[in-house]
Design a binder for this molecule. Sequence first.
Ligand SMILES: Cc1ncc(COP(=O)(O)O)c(C=O)c1O
Length: 362
Amino acid sequence: MDFEAFISSRISKLPFKRHLPIVNENFEDFCSNDYLGLARRFPFMDTDFIPSGSSGSRLISGNHPAAISFENYLSEFFTGFDVLTFTSGYMANLAAISSLVPRNALIFYDEKVHSSIKDAMRLSLGKKIPYPHQQLSTLEKKLKKFNTGIKFIVTESLFSMDGDFTDLEYLTFLSEKHRAYVILDEAHAFGIFGHCHRGMAEYFGLEEKIHVRIITFGKALGLVGAAIIGPKPLREFLVNHARTFIYTTALPPFIYHLLEKNLHYILENSDIHKRFQQNLELFYSIVPSHQPVKSPIFMFRPGKSNLQETAKKMQTHAWAVKAIFPPTVKPGEEAIRITLHSFNRPENVRNLAYFVKKQLHG
Ligand SMILES: Cc1ncc(COP(=O)(O)O)c(C=O)c1O
């Protein structure tokens, strides 16, 4: 079989095919992760002395002062915790889990964790023990049942698809009781939640009890990249063990420069968070939610009409929303995912909320 026929035959066997959507800039953005609108700003470079490329890995030629400066700033922002940056959240999750979990250690994980965490576990030498989504009582049973050796609990603070928050108080209680280390993906919470916007660990006052946090810069910071946050000497450990740090080209210096500017910008401009919170308040004043914290991610399954029809109707309102199909979610769990932002126009948020309410309750 020639190569084209080989790949075509594999495509023809796919149960679900993905398509690349074209972004319609005239639509109101209810689908991106650009929660605070920073991805829409035109970068303002206030220096001519930042090279565009990093020229190599951090351990060879890519350790530009802009990288060090941003990591120092981030470490200060995270009250002195160790920080190491990566080219993406995907790479940071691969690094954290594959390097920290030793052979035969146990990894207890929420079955709905992001695919980057699932892939990280495939790379690690640990044994995987899933628990049903957010069922921490089942996690406890499993922690009791498999009570030997080194244990890790891996989950997300704000789930990227369902938009629900993990009960970090109970999770850290379990981790202390059963002596398990916690690796927490804060991709969707960093930059938004907590008094200083460090994420849900900060929100709950649990930063000292969560061993490792992963934050990403492609969401609230509007750029690209990620970091692993933890106690000393985690940075030194990762520089020596994390293969997705060691064997890859560093982020370009100009990106580090912009990351520092964007973090500074959201810390200095409290009105962005105010507008963001106002939009969440507005949406949830119409669409009821049982969550203790208002989430910028809302997934819903239309009650009567089918998903495609609902998604099409939403397009006629020029709302950019995303229908989520397998393999991103399990078959039968197809849904529409909405994300709310600081820059969404209140009248659009209100209309969208009434539309969703009608779809849910008829
Ligand atoms: C929970 C979670 N973790 C990690 C990632 C990966 O981050 P990145 O896009 O920076 O690779 C994502 C991306 O959507 C995510 O939702």
